[in-house]
Design a protein around this ligand. Sequence first.
Ligand code: ZN
Length: 286
Amino acid sequence: MPELPEVETVRRGLLPVMEGQVIAAADVRRPDLRWPFPPDMAQRLTGKRVLSLRRRSKYILADLDSAETLLIHLGMSGRMLISGVMIGDYEHARALPEKHDHVVLDMAGGARIAFNDARRFGAMDLMATDAVDQNPLIAVLGPEPFGNDFSPAYLAARLAGRKTPIKSALLDQHIVAGLGNIYVCEVLFRAGIHPARLAGDLTAPEADRLVPLIRDVLDEAIRAGGSSLRDYQKTDGTLGYFQHAFQVYGREGQPCSTPGCVGTVARIVQAGRSSFFCPLCQAIHR
Ligand SMILES: [Zn+2]
C-alpha cells in the first residue's frame, strides 16, 4: 500500500504534466472504484485547468479553475501511468488504455495520464475547493508531519495519558496524518522505542525525539522516491511504487543494523499489523 512518501513521489511526478495545464478530455471508464465516482465527473473535468497539485496526507488534490478540487487516492494498488510526452530522455507515445486504466485524462499539453488500479481500493472525488477541509476524508486528519502544527509539544500532549501502544498512537491519523505501518516501524527503531510500550508511558525525551525522527524517515523516503522517479520515467512512465531500503521493516530474523548490536530483528503482530523491531535496541522495559 502506498504510504505518504510514495504518494508525494506520485504528486511530484504528475506536477510537470498536470499543474497549470488544461484537461482536454476525460475518459471515465467505469462507474466506481472503492466508491462511486461523482456525477458527471468527465464533464466536470473536461476543459478545466489544474491550478495547483497538492497533497494532504495520502490524498492528491488537484485544484481546478472551476472552483472544484479533484481528490485522488491511490488505495492499495493505484498507479498513475504517463504517456504521450517526453519523460526524461525517452519519448512515450500515448498509450492505449489498458485493462485496469479506469480514468484517463488527456492533457492539452499532450500527456495522457491513466489512473490504473487493479484492486480498485482507490478513489476519485470532486468537491468545491473551499469545502475540501470539511470533506469527511480530510476533516478527520491530524496535522501534516512536516507542518508547523506537528511539534514535539503537540505530540507530547497527544500521547500523555494514552493507554494504547505507541505503535497504534502513531498510526492514528487523528494524531498525525499520513504515517503508515512501514514508516512507524522505522521511526520507532530509530527512536529506540519498543512498539508495544504504552504511549502515555514514554519519557519526555523519548516523545521529543519522535517528531524530528518522523520527519527524517519520511524525508529520506521521499528523496529515495525522487531518485526512483527518474528510473521509472526511464522505463515506462509508471508512477506508484519504489524500492527503499528499510532498517527493520520486513527484516525479521536478520541481524540488527545498529553498529555493535548483536540483536536480531523480531516481529510481533499488533492490531493485525506486523511490527518489526530489535529487542535489544528497543527494550520493552526502561
Ligand atoms: Zn539492535
